[in-house]
Design a protein around this ligand. Sequence first.
Ligand code: DGL
Length: 259
Amino acid sequence: MSTNPVGIFDSGIGGTSIFKEIHQLLPNENIIYLADSLNAPYGEKSKAEIIQLSIKNTELLLSKGCKLIVVACNTATTNAISKLRASYNIPFIGIEPAIKPASLHTKTKAIGILATKGTLTSSLFHKTSNIYSKDITVIEQVGEGIVPLIEDGKLNSPELKELLYSYLKPMIKVNIDYLVLGCTHYPYLIPLLTEMLPNTVKIIDSGQAVAKQTKAILEQNELLNNTISLSQVKFYTNRNVAVLKSFVDDEFQVEYLQF
Ligand code: DGL
């Protein structure tokens, strides 16, 4: 079982930011990545639809023998992970916006959170944000339109820059000193964000924490791959192979798959 792959899924290329952290920390692990780009953005879908898509991705990863699944998508985690955990007998690792460190360390008492509508309206997010946003100003901003542009390979387009700046403006106005990235597509915006935000603003994403948690859970379940061989990594997308390829190293295999 320990040589079986770790499965990772996202609504598209966003989870590759998580894949990179996991592969760096756990180079021995075989990994299968599913980019459900055909159904992106998940963030605009209903909870029921997000659950249904998460089940579809999970079933495919299970059919490929995955021993653990990383839900590399804040929207799918906040809406569907409890259902997945209740339905399948393998460990699931999720990702949620890191409000806690931002709210504990803010000096200006103002933080920003950029995430999808699906994440910001979920009850899991509300629960966490109620705990950590007591004495501070929290600007929650839906990043509507960002994911489709990234999925179309328009990461550096003027359109995306303009949209992003319109979302940051209210945050800059209230003098945030932390910006929490609540969507796995957004770490790819970091070069743009650092250009646009005052240099006093720290950007937080949860990629490294997810990789560490993946390692800990594999260890706890005695599922770490300790065999010394070259690990196999495979990426599947149900939309645009070229776009997914442009987000991962050339050494990795990227294939089209209908799912
Ligand atoms: N990458 C995803 C997330 O972390 C979902 C984006 C979307 O499909 O709307 O939320």
